[in-house]
Design a protein around this ligand. Sequence first.
Ligand code: MGD
Ligand code: MGD
Ligand code: SF4
Ligand code: MO
Length: 742
Amino acid sequence: MTTNGERKHYQFCILCEAACGMIASVDQDNAVTLRPDPDHPNSAGHACAKGILYPAVTEDPDRVTHPLRRLQDGSFERVSWDEAFDDIGKRLNKLIAEHGQECIGTFFGNPTAFNYRGFLSLFGLAAALDSKHFYSTATVDVMNYWVVGELLYGHNFIIPVPDVDRTDFFLCVGANPFVSHGSLLNIGNMRKSMLDVTKRGGRVVVVDPRRTETAKNFEHVGIIPGTDPWLIGAMLKVILDEGLEDSAALAATRGGRGALERVVGDIDIDRAASETGVSAEDIAQLARDFANAKSACAYGRCGASLGPFSTLTKYLLDALNLATGNWDRPGGSVLGDPWLDTDGFTKRLKMTGYDRWRSRVDGHPEVAGLFPVATMPTEIRTPGKGKLRVLISGFSNSVMAAPNSTDMEDALSELDLLISLDPYITETSRLAHYVLPPTLWYERENMPLFTQPHSNVPYAQWTEAIVPPRGEAREDSWIIDQITRRIGLVPSPAPGMQLLGKLGIRIKAEHLVDILVRLGPHGDRFGLRRGGLSRKKLMRELKGAPVKLHDAIPTGGAAKRLFTKDKRIHLDHPLFVQEARRMAAAPAVTSEEFPLLMFSIRELRTHNTWMHNVPKLMAGGFKQTLRIHPDDAATRGIEDGDSVTVSSAVGVINVEAHVSDEVIPGSIGLPTHWGHKGGQRLANTVGGANYNVLTANGADAVDKPSGQAIVNGVAVQVVKLAPAVEERVARSSSAATEPEFA
Ligand SMILES: Nc1nc2c(c(=O)[nH]1)N[C@H]1C(S)=C(S)[C@@H](COP(=O)(O)OP(=O)(O)OC[C@H]3O[C@@H](n4cnc5c(=O)[nH]c(N)nc54)[C@H](O)[C@@H]3O)O[C@H]1N2
Ligand SMILES: Nc1nc2c(c(=O)[nH]1)N[C@H]1C(S)=C(S)[C@@H](COP(=O)(O)OP(=O)(O)OC[C@H]3O[C@@H](n4cnc5c(=O)[nH]c(N)nc54)[C@H](O)[C@@H]3O)O[C@H]1N2
Ligand code: SF4
Ligand SMILES: [Mo]
């Protein structure tokens, strides 16, 4: 499309799982402006400020646009790609000769979910290295889902999604979709989809320690952070006790009612009430209403995933949907309609699984080949065979996102070689020996590999690069490929690829994915199905325009998609009974020293660790504030706007208090991923503190079955900052202030 010298292109936003359709206008100077695509089948004109403002990231003067090498004094010098790769190759080969490939680790973070070629290359690199050191911030996000996926459905990545568009009762546990726009689902306009539930006479109940932007619009159940498995477990107990379950649905599972009874049968409702802060009557009523609704779906996200016993929580949420007959039916918990079979592909290549091996030092089970990021510092420090000495890290700022940031920072500094693929000098990449700059969003082609199996309105889309990359930025997949070439490997998990690589044949990620699409349920079968999908058709013929595949997620055939041998859902894994017992026996989290429970908050104007450098998002004095209930503030002499010190068993930070009854008494909420000290100048000046300085990463500080970090429901104390300390803090932060963006 071209009008007035401006080119227009279909794109979709690669920041979050809403994957909003966009129309990008490109002028003669290749400057891009974005607006929502009103005709997109899924997002239908929805987009948020972060997505629209993305050009401020691509054009950011602080963006790294050529390879950098760190010097002794911590500063960086510009080097050419060849210089960087040659030196990296030399150092890698030397370390491999001395310690074997097992000393090399790989690490990926959140943006891999939106960069399909980068993701496949990094996964391929990890597989080719055949080193057990494979880490991700997914272990501070979705690890519990991946364990439950494997144990219940036979595949890590089988994640049922709530059919919000057709449900009569949406139970939203520990999620704030009005801000996050939804996670582990791809609903183009979550706000509208949720508001429509109540408009058509249904109910939405939000379970959250905070009356969030979402909860304000619906029924709110204030819960004590970290106690969700008590609530959902008790609801299930009521349902079984009162015979409200769908017996046929339970009988179809392996283990059936008996298996579920063994997990929740011993739950005492009064204990659950005191653990959660929700009265026994309210728990029972919620259970009855959920079970009696025409259709219902229970959905949990970060709030339910990042607390203690999170694997149990996820099991209970899925069991609640199953036990009430809400599995695989309209308005219930359903399996999406993928247009490429990533489940079959990852299974065949053995990229998925659970507990096939354990971590060297702390003995954590692998999940989808990954070990918890919480154990990485230990693996770096513990001598012996298999010690982690090199990390190739991309798409992540682990120093901010992983538990016990101080320890993570120290450990990363001890590596023999740290390579970071990142468009910024971050708190993590500033420790790297090399920072290698990737292309961003519309500088590369994209297809929604990660979100496509979870779309409420299934659609296909594949977009092209529409502007040249800034400076010398190169594709993540190209960078990874170049590194592997220097050590004689091919970044692929496919058997035979290493051999083919030796013959000079390397199959690119885009061609592999194209094959999967063409063989997929909507594919062109290489010409055998007229009008079917292929990369060429989507990207070139349709020029990136989205194609609607169905009006809604098809239901009724989910059993065929399971990877369990008997095609049944396995409710009876003994792990869940053990977890329920461990939870009942667990000591109280709070103590006299640390009497408050802290939980994480996300905000509309930030995106994980990396949009704090966008001037318009930070405008108007936007800053991080700790939410504390008026009662807790009063007993501590804290007033709105005061500086306070938050301490935990692990660390101490200073933040500004916002006194508000939006949080329940006894709990404090703190926005995460603040407190920058890298090369993003505005981000450094907006202040704030790093939440994860307060969180723990010991062997027992994680959810045991999954290794998922525990960052919510963390015991802390809050005190008013003494004036002397305050003065010191003010002085040290003003020293870091850069005037440019004031
Ligand atoms: N306390 C607490 N901790 C948490 C959470 C919480 O709720 N509370 N949430 C957790 C969750 S859910 C997540 S997902 C993690 C997020 O933590 P991380 O996975 O570390 O992810 P991001 O902050 O998204 O990191 C993005 C990094 O990738 C870079 N980047 C952006 N685009 C690209 C690209 O195309 N290529 C490359 N190579 N790099 C790119 C950015 O500059 C940035 O440095 O944090 C987790 N940590
Ligand atoms: N604007 C914006 N959007 C984002 C992101 C972002 O950083 N900013 N990040 C993206 C990423 S990586 C992800 S994973 C998704 C996350 O998507 P969501 O999970 O929907 O987002 P969060 O804001 O983390 O919501 C977690 C909610 O859980 C509540 N909570 C905390 N602890 C507990 C608890 O113990 N129990 C219960 N029941 N609730 C609790 C918090 O108050 C919060 O409201 O968002 C994505 N979208
Ligand atoms: S909601 Fe998510 S996908 Fe949509 S524009 Fe905002 S950041 Fe992008
Ligand atoms: Mo996430």
